[in-house]
Every structure is written in structure tokens, then in C-alpha cells.
Design a protein around this ligand. Sequence first.
Ligand code: ADP
Length: 263
Amino acid sequence: MSDTVIELKDVHVRYKARTSTMFHRRYFDALDGVSLQVARGRTLGIVGESGSGKSTTAKVLVGLEKPTSGHVEFAGQTVTSFNRSVRRRLGRILSVVFQDPATALNARMTVHDTLLDPMQVHRIGTRVSRAKRIRELVGLVGLPASALDALPGQLSGGQRQRVAIARALALDPQVIIADEPTSALDVSVRAQILNLLTDLKSELGLGMVFISHDIQTVRYLSDEIAVMNKGRIVEFGDAAQVFDAPTDPYTRSLLGAAPSLLA
Ligand code: ADP
């Protein structure tokens, strides 16, 4: 696919199991041969129960976790080392929105400084262009300019997640990885954040990886869905197809539908 930004090919991640001892090493395959593609302008939903390997997949995508075997291809080239310069390059193209904005944001940094920070770290823009970008960013995520002087503690959970999304957009990435971005929020604001992500995706032509344990939420904004179970992708396809005609028993159980005895 020509629009592919990043691709995982048969990625395995093996952790030393917590029950490992000096004499009996035990391992645990958090990812057991995961292959997927993330493309510009498309949303890939990753769904699965807790412990199925979703966050490990996200960590591999952003260069925070190194595959034990398999490949990560970035802009068509195999990433052979995850050194600082590679992570920096990845950081400009992909950014992450985490589950809980209360812990993802620095409590002592104003919204203004939170949005300025990635541009300073990556040495992007001038004082004037950065100030302009910061104003654009708050507008994009539907916050008033007056929010710029606020500290995270002065904002609601939904507003904090908007700030985290604005920060993720600061460097104009090609892809956003959203790891359970609504799970820590009040039910009443979840739909607003999902709508915001949907709008941003079409306005900015963003690629997105949307991770959730909730298949209904994933369906809402995904073009394709990958269902994960025990470190493997057990089902992959067009969102409507996975939802309406799941072939894997695990997907059916996630959908809450009992498998038909006649099928
Ligand atoms: P998910 O995001 O779907 O809940 P994770 O990718 O976080 O799943 O975790 C997959 C599995 O890997 C889990 O069983 C988890 O306990 C295990 N795991 C994650 N990180 C580590 C680690 N650093 N060391 C050992 N096991 C880990």
C-alpha cells in the first residue's frame, strides 16, 4: 500500500515472565507474530481484552519497545535500530494519546507550555510561528484561547484529553496512536472526544490507530479492525465486515453474540 506509514511484519515481543527464577527462566510472548499496516488517512482499530497485547503493539509502533523478532518498516524501510535519532524521527511522524490525561500531562505546566514543549524539543519553528501554531491547536480541539493559561488541574477530564490531543497534533504528525483515549473519562464526555477524533481524522487526513477493549467504540471510528487475543491478531478486516460477519469465535464473544449452532 503506497500510503503506508508504518508496518509491523511478524513481530514477536517476549518478556521474561514474572514467575521466572534464576534456575527456571520462563518467558511470556506478549506479541506472537503480529503483522499490520498503518496508512495515512485510515483508522485501524485494535480491539481485545486486557492483556491481549494491544499496548505492547502501540509501544512497538512508536519505538518504545523493541521486537524480539520480526520487523518494523517505517516509510518503506526496515528499522534496524531503535536509537535516539530513530525515535526522534518516529516522534515527528507518529504521536500518542494515552488513556489518562491526568497522568499524561505535567501538572505544573500550563496548556500553553504543554503545547510549546514538543516544538521546542524538536526545534521546530520560530517564536512567532510557534505562537501561531499554539493558537491553531487550541482551536482545532475546541478549547477557548483562555484555556492557554490554565494548569491541567483547573480543567475537566474531557478538556484535559483535548489538551493531550492538541499536544499530539503539535508537530503535524501523519499518524496518531490513541490507546484507550476515552476509558478514563466520564461517560458523558466520551462521545465528545470520539467525535473530536473523527473530525480531526477527516479534517487533517490523519492516520490513526485506535486501541480499545470495547468493540463498539472501535467500530465507531475504524476503517479496519484487528481483533487481538493472546498476542495474536485473530481476525482482521473491514470494520463493517468484522462487526457484521465475524469469523473468529473470540470476536463473536467480544460482540456478545453466541456462535450459531447452525453455522
Ligand atoms: P493490553 O494492552 O491488551 O492490555 P499489554 O500489551 O499491556 O496488553 O500486555 C500484554 C501482556 O504482556 C500482558 O499479559 C502483560 O501482563 C504482559 N506484559 C506487559 N508488559 C510487560 C513487561 N514489561 N514484563 C512482563 N510482562 C509484561
